[in-house]
Ligand binder design. Structure first.
Ligand code: GCV
Length: 715
């Protein structure tokens, strides 16, 4: 009878899991009910009695997280009991100095390997010890432990000592004060400035939990196209309220500094970084900021880029600008993240060369609390770019990585594409800065050049959509960003699987099929959008959909024709020494790999070379045929993703299943749109017919060129 009752109970739990609505708000912290009694009993033994010695705000957060998790795992049936002493409890959450002396001595010198934010999960004499030097380490350890349960790891042999490899792990929000989000595709900004500082929305707390669970320790909450208002007392009070809410989770607040703020806010005649009055203004302003937010992280700055003011306006260098701000925050322990995304339409040089030209001569000229923030590639978050050459060129200046989690150029909110694949490609690229093996990952984690300051930033994809990110699967990019920020060498297959298990279900078939979709999705998207090194061929301004015909207007470097240069003679941007010679910004090893149009891996061909339509490639096809086949392959890939996904019906809740299914319909339709419009456009120049196997476009070129949509989100 008892067995029957238990069986019914678990059947109900599974039904709850699979049939009831789940809007995805809980992200990867779903703590879904256990699938059967045996599993439940196994983990229950551990979770019933927990030792937490301290009472700091962070330790309270830890206790709360155990409560939330237990409620998810067991419903209302089991409430963990917390005590300060160890007794017979099976989970101990204790700082190393709080461990009982005999335990400490048995754990031995390995305890010393735990650093500031690190933790050690150790199965020890039948118990689980979560230990760390700091409260935040304990919080990270707790999340790692709860992840082990969520992914159904056995706990008996648990032995996981982790330290982050990168110090500053930040999200960058391009959120405006009016709550629109530049390049945001998930609703409005989650920061409700109007209600701040008195109202702290539950979403801020859940944001902090989610970030802490993946080790993110900072967030820059305002757009890099900055509004100086954020530096006024009115807004500092609001930012301080957010900072207070985030502090227990180990997350610091950073603000974007508009370079001419002294002129805007206090009518100074200049913002020249070498002017003593300007320097004094920033010093005072910084002091004021720290009076509101004592642990303020520092400034993030976009200067001299896309119309933003900067040191160039006064004939000064990027180092002059950055150092002025660095001096202001230095006494308080703050840093300046100075973006390398500096380029100008009046500079005649190939746009992708400009950041290197600007920053390389400044190597070693920045203060020690400046870190230069470099996008993964030299253009602008395209579906595929070679790594940014600055990563191989600044041994004396700490560089941090900027990834874009929001998908400005990768299908925005409706395409499923696993960005970790693309990021891994960049992190593992070899700069050869100090010989073979000098990967970008080693540059940014500081191990290659011994950078004293290390960092990584991801442009956030969050918004007010119930599921935070628009596409339910875009949560995976936020998750993966955190994991790679913690350790750039993390295995992205494991990241995808863990995320799937925690977010949806541990069902083996679901996890296997979905992770295959994820791991192939990036190459599929590149094929249907920008195969073979094509880049910047999207629509103007909102950047949604194809636009290879985009030409003219105020800025040539914002057109498509500037980049693909298609004509009857061929297509592609010659960046060898016969062209812009951007190739020379990389280590000479890369010249051997990328310099020869006959040998370069085809995924970068048109990035570096201009080739004729009938050029024979090593695949045996002409350039035109290869391009057309790749576009077709991309469309078929999107259809394959859809078929795979539809086969998973019933494995997860209907709400998210249907949400993803409908987005896959859009993705397939948009993949066809990209293929048809790009091939029709380029065909005007190739004058060749579509090869066998490539479907006939649905409409003519005129239709695609004139296809317009109003109010595309993100601008
Ligand atoms: C915040 C691209 C985007 C802009 C963005 C800019 C940047 O150009 O289209 O919206 O501005 O990058 O990174 O500063």
């Amino acid at each position: 009878m008892k067995i029957k009752k238990a069986a019914i109970f678990f059947l109900l739990l599974i039904l709850v899991n699979n049939t009831f609505a789940n809007d995805g708000y809980k992200l990867w912290l779903q703590y879904l009910p256990f699938e059967n009694k045996a599993v439940s009993d196994y983990y229950r033994d551990y979770l019933e009695h927990i030792t937490i010695a301290g009472e700091s705000a962070t330790q309270k957060v830890i206790q709360k997280e155990f409560e939330i998790a237990s409620e998810g795992f067991f419903g209302h049936h089991i409430h963990p009991v917390f005590s300060k002493t160890t007794g017979a409890n099976l989970i101990w959450v204790l700082k190393t100095h709080d461990l009982p002396a005999d335990t400490k001595s048995k754990l031995g010198p390995k305890l010393d390997e735990i650093k500031e934010e690190g933790y050690w999960l150790k199965s020890f004499q039948g118990k689980i010890i979560i230990t760390a030097k700091t409260d935040i380490g304990l919080l990270y350890g707790t999340f790692a432990f709860l992840k082990a349960i969520q992914t159904r790891e056995k706990l008996e042999n648990l032995d996981l000592l982790e330290n982050p490899k990168i110090q500053k792990r930040l999200l960058n929000h391009w959120d405006n004060l009016n709550r629109t989000v530049e390049r945001g595709y998930a609703g409005f900004s989650i920061w409700n400035w109007h209600r701040l500082p008195m109202h702290i929305d539950q979403q801020y707390i859940d944001y902090a939990r989610a970030n802490a669970s993946i080790g993110i320790n900072g967030t820059s909450i305002t757009n890099v196209n900055a509004n100086a208002l954020v530096l006024t007392p009115e807004y500092l009070e609001k930012s301080a309220a957010i900072a207070d809410a985030f502090r227990p989770y180990g997350i610091k607040i950073y603000l974007t500094a508009r370079f001419n703020a002294p002129m805007i806010l206090d009518s100074l005649p200049t913002a020249d970084p070498l002017d003593p009055a300007v320097q004094a203004w920033w010093k005072n302003k910084t002091e004021e900021i720290y009076s509101y937010i004592p642990d303020f992280g520092g400034f993030l700055v976009k200067a001299d880029s896309e119309g933003q003011p900067g040191p160039h306006n006064y004939g000064r260098t990027q180092a002059d600008g950055a150092n002025m701000l660095a001096d202001a925050v230095k006494p308080f322990g703050g840093i300046v993240m100075w973006r390398a995304f500096v380029y100008n339409e009046k500079t005649p040089t190939d746009r992708i060369k400009q950041a290197y030209d600007e920053f390389k001569p400044l190597d070693g000229k920045f203060r020690d609390n400046v870190i230069v923030q470099v996008k993964n590639g030299p253009l602008d978050f395209q579906p595929r770019e070679p790594f940014h050459p600055l990563f191989g060129a600044m041994p004396k200046t700490p560089l941090m990585m900027e990834f874009q989690i929001t998908k400005e150029y990768l299908g925005q909110e409706t395409h499923w594409v696993n960005l970790a694949t693309m990021w891994q490609e960049v992190l593992q690229s070899d700069t050869y800065a100090k010989g073979k093996g000098s990967t970008v990952g080693k540059v940014i984690d500081g191990s290659l050049h011994g950078y004293p300051l290390t960092g990584i930033a991801g442009v956030a994809n969050t918004g007010t959509d119930r599921n935070w990110t628009g596409h339910p699967t875009a949560q995976a990019d936020w998750y993966a960003f955190g994991k790679l920020a913690w350790n750039p060498d993390s295995n992205i297959d494991d990241i995808a699987e863990d995320w799937l298990k925690m977010t949806f279900t541990n069902d083996a078939e679901f996890v296997k099929t979905s992770s295959e979709i994820m791991l192939q999705s990036h190459e599929i998207l590149v094929n249907y959008m920008t195969p073979m090194g094509l880049h910047h061929i999207m629509a103007r301004s909102h950047h949604w959909g194809p636009g290879p015909w985009v030409t003219g207007g105020g800025r040539e470097d914002w057109t498509a024709t500037y980049y693909h240069k298609a004509s009857v003679d061929g297509i592609g941007f010659d960046r060898t020494d016969k062209g812009s010679n951007a190739l020379a910004q990389y280590h000479p090893e890369w010249k051997k790999i990328w310099g020869n149009a006959d040998k370069i891996p085809l995924e970068h061909l048109l990035w570096f070379h201009r080739v004729s339509w009938d050029k024979k490639l090593n695949t045996g096809n002409t350039l035109w045929t290869e391009m057309a086949l790749r576009y077709q392959k991309g469309v078929e890939g999107a259809r394959w993703m859809q078929t795979q996904w539809l086969g998973l019906e019933g494995k997860i809740d209907e709400e998210r299943f249907e949400h993803i299914s409908s987005f896959l319909k859009i993705q397939v339709a948009e993949a066809e749109w990209w293929r048809d419009s790009c091939l029709l456009y380029f065909q005007q120049f190739s004058k060749m017919s579509l090869p066998a196997g490539v479907e006939k476009p649905k409409y003519d070129l005129n239709y695609y060129v004139n296809f317009k949509r109003n109010f595309v989100p993100g601008i």
